[in-house]
Design a protein around this ligand. Structure first.
Ligand code: ADP
Length: 527
């Protein structure tokens, strides 16, 4: 139970230091849990207001708070902001020179700091020993806590050290782990790896009501982006590409269209990256074309759209990247442009990961399949996304996604689905999407022609459709759970128990066809 004065103090802090009168969803409960000295796991989306959740307790504890954060660029900003607010804070990371480091040591000895931000690779025993020699560590906040889990999308081995260091402390401070991205598996792993003691878990605010989610299939991606950016030339946007090469191509194409565009990927020098990032943050560049190297820790509030030129590897990465739109609460768009090549690219990148364990590989393939399912599902995209984060949505339909806003055109594909399922059964469930689609199409390709597949009764029963359309329908049936794609070795489609209801005519299947407006090729650059 919190006393009246405790509650009042929290509120006073919020007002005095941050100038806010109300807490955002979930903040108050998380803060109360920490100041009641409970280990706490906080799952809040990007922009949800995690910093305040650990900064207010840090202000209220009498001793010092350590904040472990992997984001070196963000660390300096946060510390500068805290100092502007009159709070003594500092940071320790590998970017400091000797003079700066000894200045920090002096500050530690003089008990000058209320908050010390530390990069995970610097959290070694000696440093911590020095800190506790002169200070009491009341509280440790671990930001981006999913980095501790190998099931997270951004595993950092240096995070594994944290638990060892904690174990060596002569006393146990309160620990809070914070992340924007965590499925149940990652969540459990964070609690295990950091050895949190009976933690209070808060999952809040994943629903970003101001974001409109949509998936577009079958569009000419480059042309669509060119048109979209021109049409929204007053707005800031981020376009994520799957590879550095594609990032460069799109960047140059937009530049040729005289769009103020920046670029960001891991192959650029630090200086170049910083320059492009700053110009984007200060609105000199309206658009940023980037790989997923861009954005972690970027607090730009007026991003009006995030377009994914390629599908990311998993829903967590997608939600985090898309979530960089609309941090100011204004209506913003998150558009995923799906092409069949995306899945191949992602599979390839997983296959090519060096030293990946078979277990980890299987897990990543399963996560990839969930992402592919998201691209093909007909039901509410928001429900699908929130379900992934363990946050139930009260609604079956929203008005803020491409599947619910009434713009999609609903088509009954029950008969087509029956034909697809029968064909897979006749093919003895031994083939992948491409070959099944070719058989249904009645293809004359080498893989099918002249083989026993050609004499199946289902050969060519969907010949009126294009191969792409047939594959789309197969993916839809996978996404809806009627078919299943194996994750070991070569992916093969199997028919699930649920498919029976379609075969026996007890259940209907619908496809959402979003009308793609033919765009005049005014812009030859994108051809
Ligand atoms: P996160 O770390 O979860 O991405 P931040 O802590 O950076 O989010 O907060 C996101 C934005 O929300 C910041 O601009 C912050 O000032 C603002 N914010 C946080 N808490 C509140 C609040 N209670 N009222 C209004 N704005 C808030």
């Amino acid at each position: 139970m919190n006393t009246f004065s405790e509650t009042k103090t929290i509120e006073l802090c919020l007002k005095k230091y941050y100038g806010y009168t109300d807490f955002k969803e979930g903040q108050r409960l998380a803060i109360e849990s920490i100041i009641n000295r409970k280990d706490t796991l906080i799952l809040m989306p990007t922009g949800g207001g995690k910093s305040i959740c650990y900064q207010i307790p840090a202000l209220l504890f009498s001793g010092v708070t350590l904040v472990i954060s992997p984001l070196i660029s963000l660390m300096k900003d946060q510390v500068d902001t805290l100092r502007d607010m009159g709070i003594e804070a500092t940071y320790i990371n590998s970017a400091l020179d000797e003079v700066e480091m000894s200045d920090r040591y002096e500050g530690i000895q003089a008990q000058r700091y209320k908050m010390i931000y530390i990069a995970p690779e610097r959290i070694e025993s000696r440093l911590i020993r020095d800190i506790i020699r002169y200070n009491t560590i009341d509280f440790i906040a671990i930001d981006e806590a999913h980095c501790v889990s190998q099931w997270g999308h951004d595993f950092r081995p240096s995070y594994r050290n944290i638990a060892n260091i904690l174990n060596k402390l002569p006393y146990r401070p309160v620990i809070a782990a914070l992340t924007a991205t965590a499925t149940e598996l990652v969540r459990d792993d964070i609690m295990d790896q950091l050895a949190l003691y009976e933690p209070e878990v808060f999952v809040t605010g994943f629903d970003r009501k101001n974001l409109h989610f949509s998936v577009l299939k079958g569009v000419n991606k480059k042309r669509y982006i060119g048109q979209y950016v021109k049409k929204n030339s007053e707005s800031s946007g981020i376009i994520y590409c799957g590879t550095r090469k594609e990032t460069e191509m799109l960047y140059h194409a937009l530049e040729r269209m005289h769009i103020a565009v920046g670029m960001y990927h891991g192959g650029m020098s630090m200086d170049e990256r910083r320059r492009h990032q700053e110009r984007f943050i200060y609105d000199d560049y309206k658009v940023m074309v980037a790989t997923n190297a861009f954005g972690m820790g970027i607090d730009k509030s007026n991003v009006r759209y995030v377009i994914h030129h390629n599908m990311p590897e998993n829903i967590e990465s997608y939600y985090q990247e898309a979530g960089r739109a609309g941090r100011d609460g204004e209506k913003s768009a998150c558009i995923l442009l799906y092409g069949p090549g995306d899945q191949k690219l992602r599979r390839f990148l997983i296959e090519e990961t060096p030293d990946i364990s078979p277990e980890r590989k299987k897990y990543r393939f399963a996560q990839l399949q969930k992402m592919v399912n998201y691209c093909h599902i007909n039901t509410c995209l928001r429900v699908q996304l929130l379900g992934h984060f363990g946050e139930a949505s009260s609604e079956e339909m929203c008005d803020g996604c491409g599947n619910c806003d009434g713009k999609a055109h609903r088509v009954d594909i029950t008969t087509e689905s029956q034909k697809i399922i029968s064909c897979i059964l006749r093919m003895k469930e031994r083939y992948g999407v491409s070959i099944v689609a070719e058989v249904l199409k009645g293809s004359k390709s080498k893989k099918v022609s002249g083989t026993p597949l050609e004499s199946l009764s289902t050969y060519g029963i969907l010949r009126e459709y294009t191969l792409i359309q047939i594959k789309e329908m197969i993916h839809l049936l996978i996404a809806e759970g009627y078919l299943h794609m194996t994750q070991d070795g070569y992916p093969v489609i199997k028919v699930t128990q649920e498919a029976e209801s379609i075969l026996y005519g007890n259940k209907k299947v619908y496809s959402n066809r979003i009308e793609i407006v033919a765009i005049e090729s005014s812009d030859q650059l994108f051809d």
